[in-house]
Design a protein around this ligand. Structure first.
Ligand code: COA
Length: 182
């Protein structure tokens, strides 16, 4: 695989690079679109990048170098979540799918008790939603008005998941949405 996840040290060697990454990029589909250095410093101090629930990685590509950032969340649960942010110049080139595959491989290979891996994104984040589907993840929920938008009406939060057995087999299993007969 062309992608390597490099665990980062948010309070030590990687602190400045993390602040720089978060402040030089825009995240139009996140709850917070722009970060100040003070915001990132506070998040670092609060353990948002590494504590019992969170762990963070640089996404390194064999050809392009450092292309983004990945955080695993809810690690003390059996169903971790993630936050994936490619660096601006590397968006729109299909690299998100490689990064998501690498994240999924990492979770299932290094966390034997994890049976499912989850992700959520805003309904209008088409690039992320297509990335989920391209990587064999299944849409599992559509939380209407579940995503607050600054100065605007809330949008839906769309949840996707992948099961360990689907990752092992390469086959996405599905379920019946309208399974309740009235
Ligand atoms: C979201 C993200 C990971 C997607 O990765 P990416 O490599 O940039 O994705 P791409 O732009 O190659 O798009 C993936 C697919 O969506 C399609 N797509 C992208 N934007 C689209 C749009 N506005 N309308 C329709 N299709 C779109 C692409 O054509 C591509 O389709 P394909 O799989 O059929 O080739 C990346 O853009 C990113 O890090 N964005 C900022 C942070 C973010 O939003 N993270 C998600 C948090 S969970």
């Amino acid at each position: 695989m062309a992608i390597t996840l490099t665990r980062l040290d948010p309070t030590g060697a990687d602190r400045d690079a993390l602040v720089e990454f978060m402040t030089r990029n825009e995240f139009p589909f996140h709850v917070r679109e722009r970060w100040s250095a003070a915001d990132v410093e506070t998040a670092i101090s609060d353990g948002a990048y590494r504590d019992e629930d969170n762990d963070s990685f640089w996404i390194d590509h064999s050809e392009f170098g450092r292309i983004g950032f990945l955080r695993l969340e809810d690690l003390s649960d059996e169903d971790p979540l993630f936050d994936l942010r490619l660096d601006g110049p590397f968006r729109g080139r299909g690299l998100g799918a490689q990064a998501l595959d690498a994240a999924t491989d990492h979770v299932f290979r290094t966390m034997p008790s994890v049976g499912r891996f989850e992700g959520q994104t805003r309904e209008d984040n088409t690039a992320m939603r297509k990335t989920f589907v391209r990587c064999g993840w299944l849409k599992e929920a559509h939380y209407r008005e579940g995503w607050p938008v600054d100065g605007g009406a809330p949008l839906a939060s769309v949840a996707y998941g992948i099961l360990r057995r689907d990752w092992e087999s390469g086959q996405t299993t599905t379920f019946v949405w309208d399974d309740l007969v009235l």
